[in-house]
Write a protein that binds this ligand. Structure first.
Ligand SMILES: Nc1ncnc2c1ncn2[C@@H]1O[C@H](COP(=O)(O)OP(=O)(O)OP(=O)(O)O)[C@@H](O)[C@H]1O
Ligand SMILES: [Mg+2]
Length: 134
């Protein structure tokens, strides 16, 4: 089973994304299989990893909104990435009254988590519903 680590702080600009990326890279350098999950509609992690958020076919949004399989981008700087873009901001509104919304990420992750030693989740600077997904 992987270690799943959420990088969270409700304050903005406190190094969450920077730590997610660099911790992931350091772990990958040591031979661990690392999955990065961008749970922030700002998609900073997706951008830091060199991707254009608006050009992506699949993002974390579909997984949490529709419970579809996680979209992986493989082997980016030796890590796998589940990217995000601004469409994730709809989750707060659309899932406001959904039952067990906080378990949606956990359910999406369950079929694939055994492939990784570490899963690092870059969280948004919010105490809204996205912050409570696990
Ligand atoms: N250890 C550090 N020393 C100096 N600057 C840093 C450090 N870590 C991050 N920064 C810088 O601080 C800024 C904010 O970092 P980052 O985007 O990682 O924060 P964040 O908490 O993810 O922000 P947000 O809340 O917007 O998601 C960036 O410009 C980043 O380069
Ligand atoms: Mg960030």
């Amino acid at each position: 089973m992987p270690k799943i680590i959420a990088l969270f702080n409700q304050a903005g600009g406190t190094g969450k994304t920077t730590l997610a990326m660099n911790l992931g890279y350091a772990l990958a350098q040591r031979g661990h299989n690392v999955l990065l999950i961008d749970m922030d509609p700002q998609s900073s992690l997706t951008v830091f990893m060199g991707l254009q958020p608006y050009a992506l076919e699949g993002t974390i949004s579909e997984s949490v909104l529709e419970q579809s399989p996680l979209p992986f981008l493989r082997e980016i700087h030796q890590m796998d990435l589940v990217p995000s873009n601004l469409t994730l901001s709809a989750a707060d509104v659309r899932l406001a009254i959904a039952i067990a919304k906080e378990t949606r990420l956990k359910k999406s992750l369950a079929p694939v988590e055994q492939n990784y030693n570490f899963v690092l989740i870059d969280c948004p600077l919010t105490l809204g519903c996205l912050a409570f997904f696990r």
